[in-house]
Design a protein around this ligand. Sequence first.
Ligand code: SF4
Length: 146
Amino acid sequence: MRLTKFTDLALRSVMRLAVCDDDEVLTTREVAEAMDVRHTHAAKAITRLQHLGVVEARRGRGGGLVVTDFGRRASVGWLVRELEGEEEVVSCDDPPCPLRGACRLRRALRDAQEAFYATLDPLTVADLVASPTGPVLVSLAGPSPR
Ligand code: SF4
């Protein structure tokens, strides 16, 4: 099982935002810099996180991105499922496999995929940023002076 780069970036972004305190509010560009990725890639990931209710943008002076209470409590398994979508671990349709209609391997792989997600279900975003990960996240490039 391999996560898409999009999912990985979204997870890293929400983890970075989750360690911000009241004095540190990051913009999408600052998250991109902290993650060392293109702004457009970070923007897509953060937009998806906003649609999921995990991150919200606060406007006005001192505004920026914040993780919502829901986002902090969100199950990592749920979040990864949402970010990965319906994609299976094997492509049976492109090109079409003649076994598609009666394949026990496909069923087994779907079960294995679900087991992978189920392992992540008990973890929350807040769990992911506990020490030693949190302090390292904080040390990544932060906001530029305003
Ligand atoms: S053998 Fe089964 S799992 Fe593999 S591509 Fe064909 S239908 Fe899918």
